[in-house]
Structure formats: structure tokens, C-alpha cells
Design a protein around this ligand. Structure first.
Ligand SMILES: [Zn+2]
Ligand SMILES: [Zn+2]
Length: 311
């Protein structure tokens, strides 16, 4: 009897060990190389414009914040939780602005809340964002996930917003999933304003398609008047530690968080490697993931990058 108990216990430990390995550690190493995946020189040439036409600054407009377990953000990471920011980015020109990111609204943020103590949402910041989207010349998003799309899909004035939207086709196709009820008719007949190729959409501003995290994921390369180069990478990683460690999110997050489960892990592995190597070769380039709050706060040096906290 004792022998059987020991055997069953041993099998249980083994099964739990395999599950732990598979869900939290396996299949999470970045590719060994990703030659030619991203072409910074091409982005630079497409971003070039007379200096007085370039944007002067970017403002990270935070609407909410929370914390995430480290092992869910980066495979093999344990210890302190990762501070998460929910935001959109305003690109400020001398005579206009462009907004990247639909951000998250209060009901969705409440549904996603992980920490009673750290979770915050600012109705004032969200309202400021929806207003800024109407004043903006163009409104884009990095990708079609619920924390990046709600201020578009649920905007209080969709008819006024619609002419400003510049979305790619997978992003347009996803909007009905995130509407509060039926999608407003003003948002049902949008034309894609993006070709799917690397392209400049304004002086100093280049859209770089990067399918992987979602089919419609894209990065945004920005060159400011002061020469600062910035790359918004959306959710390719949640925290910059993943790029430093050459790791992706774990399998656990892919199955529990991303529904439908359409993250292309192989594409992310290539992208993490390419971003890692690009940063190593270009120390002046500021790479900004959407959610890594500590990194975003640190990057806001006052030299053209501002972070406006939700509270
Ligand atoms: Zn996402
Ligand atoms: Zn996100």
C-alpha cells in the first residue's frame, strides 16, 4: 500500500513538473538570429523630412494601471510583479497631433483587474483621450486587443472619430468584437488607410507591420525634431526585461490571456531577437512597449518624451 502511495505521489509530482515546465518555461527562447526582419535604415529614410515638419514630442497618455505576475509577462521571470500601464501615445507636431492606441475603457479595465491595491483607472484621463482623438489629424492603434481598441470601438462620438481613423484591415475586422453591443454604423464601413507595407503616414512617422502578437500588429517609428528616434512596439513584449533576456511570454499567457489564441509565437521569437539586436546596435533608439510602466516612466526624460500618469 505504501509502495503504491509513493508511486502515485511520484507520478503526480512528475505530471505537475511537466505542466509547470510546459506552461511557464517551454518554447520561450527568442530566435538565434533574425537577419533582415526589421530594416532600421529603411525606416530612417522613410521618416526623413525637413526638420520643422517633424514632430516635437510624444506624450504617453495613461488611463489606467495595474500589476501583472512576472512569470506571466516573461517566461522564467519570478520575483517582483511587473507594473503595467494602460495608455495611448500622442505624437505632437507644431500644427497637429496623431494618436496611437485606442487604450482601454473603465468597464474593460475593471474586468481585467489583477490587483486590488495597484489597479487604478482615471475617467478624466480617458475623457481627455477621447477628446484628443477627435482633435487629432489621424488615429491609429498598435493592434487589435481589448486594451488597445476600446476608445475607438466604444468612442462616445464615433461619427466624428471615423474620418480620423487610419487602421489596417485586421484591425477593422476586429472592431465588432469590442463594441458595447452592436458596432456603431459609423465604424462598420471603414476603408483601410494602410497598405500593409512599411510606409510613412506623416513627416517623421513610419508604420511597420509586425504581425505576430495579432494579425494586425504594427510598430511605429518616430523621428523627433531634436533627432530622438522612438519605436513603439505595442505588445511584442509586455516588459523590456523580456527583450534583455531574449524571452517571450510563456505558453500559459498565450492560452489564458489571448483569446482567440492567435499569437504567432514563432513570429514573436524572431521579433524579440531582431529588437534585441537593433537596440544593441543603436543605443540612442528609445524602444517603448505599450505596458512596461517603469520603463515608460524612465524613458520620459523631458527631451521630447512625456509620461502623463493616470493619477
Ligand atoms: Zn495585446
Ligand atoms: Zn496590451
Amino acid at each position: 500500500m505504501i509502495k503504491w502511495s509513493i508511486r502515485i505521489f511520484g507520478i503526480l509530482v512528475l505530471v505537475l513538473g511537466v505542466l509547470f515546465w510546459w506552461l511557464l518555461l517551454s518554447g520561450s527562447n527568442a530566435a538565434r538570429s533574425a537577419p533582415g526582419l526589421f530594416d532600421l535604415e529603411d525606416w530612417r529614410s522613410k521618416a526623413s523630412a525637413p526638420a520643422d515638419q517633424l514632430p516635437t514630442a510624444i506624450r504617453i497618455l495613461e488611463v489606467g494601471r495595474d500589476i501583472a505576475p512576472p512569470f506571466a509577462a516573461q517566461a522564467g521571470r519570478f520575483g517582483a510583479p511587473v507594473a503595467m500601464s494602460y495608455n495611448a501615445v500622442e505624437i505632437v507636431y507644431p500644427d497637429r497631433s496623431i494618436i496611437i492606441g485606442g487604450a482601454v475603457d473603465r468597464p474593460t479595465a475593471e474586468g481585467m483587474a489583477l490587483s486590488d491595491a495597484e489597479w487604478q483607472f482615471s475617467d478624466a484621463a480617458y475623457s481627455e483621450l477621447t477628446q484628443a482623438m477627435l482633435a487629432a489629424e489621424q488615429v491609429l492603434m498598435t493592434h487589435e486587443h481589448l486594451d488597445h481598441v476600446m476608445a475607438i470601438a466604444r468612442h462616445p462620438d464615433p461619427a466624428a472619430l471615423a474620418p480620423n481613423l487610419v487602421l489596417n484591415q485586421p484591425q477593422i475586422d476586429a472592431l465588432p468584437l469590442f463594441a458595447d453591443g452592436a458596432l456603431d454604423p459609423a465604424l462598420t464601413a471603414l476603408d483601410s488607410g494602410l497598405s500593409g507595407d512599411v510606409a510613412s503616414i506623416a513627416p517623421g512617422l513610419v508604420i511597420v507591420p509586425a504581425a505576430g502578437h495579432t494579425p494586425g500588429s504594427q510598430m511605429v517609428f518616430i523621428r523627433l525634431q531634436n533627432g530622438q528616434e522612438i519605436l513603439l512596439i505595442g505588445d511584442i513584449v509586455w516588459n523590456m526585461g523580456a527583450i534583455e533576456a531574449l524571452k517571450t511570454r510563456p505558453v500559459l499567457t498565450q492560452y489564458m490571456v489571448f483569446r482567440p489564441n492567435y499569437e504567432d509565437r514563432d513570429a514573436i521569437k524572431q521579433q524579440v531577437r531582431a529588437l534585441h539586436d537593433m537596440m544593441a546596435d543603436n543605443s540612442g533608439l528609445v524602444v517603448l512597449p505599450a505596458h512596461d510602466r517603469d520603463w515608460l516612466v524612465q524613458a520620459a526624460t523631458g527631451e521630447g518624451i512625456e509620461f502623463q500618469p493616470a493619477n
